[in-house]
Design a protein around this ligand. Structure first.
Ligand code: SAM
Length: 211
């Protein structure tokens, strides 16, 4: 994602009712924030948030939190969010490395990773959101039967993930290298990147992992 600092982004985020300002204070009690005990699903690296806002609109019986570390990107999601009356979604402007400080063990029901940054250099492999280090982090916050769902058009990152995920002790339950022509496409919600890359003719890969 091309990043450009947008003046006023931090201020807009700091005062937005849709952004959880001190998420650590809700650790273990996000149900109170939503006012119900519905399952909690998160997207890590949500970008402009098309995917998670569409999921929230389709599934009012599920709670959603979208996480994006860059304020200039999150600002775009907030602008769209303001047009929607959705009681079941909030955002966090945080780095995914802090997930275990934000969510209590077993508090999250599902984690979505969509078109995560590929970090192609070997020396940056630990930054990939499907690296064993990140999978161990997800292990700390996901409930026992929770899942991680990962989509990308990047063949190298996908091949890496098919190895790194089992390396971290997880099971890959299902995968496809051409999502849009696969039974796994049922109910698929396209992300911004997915729309762009599939329009360019790139096949979309998806996997679902559990422990
Ligand atoms: N998921 C969106 C989509 O599919 O359209 C955006 C994909 S974009 C390539 C990846 C996004 O993940 C970027 O906005 C980036 O800032 C965010 N991101 C990458 N690493 C992150 C991290 N460690 N914590 C939070 N966000 C992260």
């Amino acid at each position: 994602m091309r990043l450009r600092h947008i003046r006023g982004a931090e201020q807009a985020i700091a005062t937005s009712p849709y952004v959880i300002q001190q998420p650590q204070e809700y650790r273990g009690r996000f149900a109170q924030l939503f006012g119900n005990r519905n399952p909690l699903r998160i997207e890590v690296g949500m970008g402009k948030g098309r995917f998670i806002m569409e999921l929230a609109a389709r599934n009012p019986q599920v709670n959603y939190i979208g996480i994006e570390r860059y304020s200039s990107v999150l600002l775009r999601a907030l602008q769209k969010r303001e047009e929607l009356a959705l009681p079941n979604i909030y955002f966090l402007c945080e780095d995914a490395r802090l997930l275990a400080e934000i969510f209590a063990p077993g508090e999250v029901d599902r984690i979505y990773l969509n078109f995560s940054d590929p970090w192609p250099k070997d020396r940056h492999a630990k930054r990939r959101l499907t690296s064993p280090d990140f999978m161990r982090l997800y292990d700390q916050i996901l409930k026992p039967d929770g899942t991680v769902e990962f989509k990308t058009d990047n063949q190298d990152l996908f091949a890496y993930s098919l190895e790194s995920i089992p390396e971290a002790g997880w099971r890959v339950d299902a995968f496809t290298r051409d999502l849009h022509c696969s039974p796994m496409a049922e109910g698929n919600v396209m992300t911004e990147y997915e729309m762009r890359f599939s329009a360019a003719g790139n096949p979309i890969c998806k996997l679902v992992a559990s422990r």
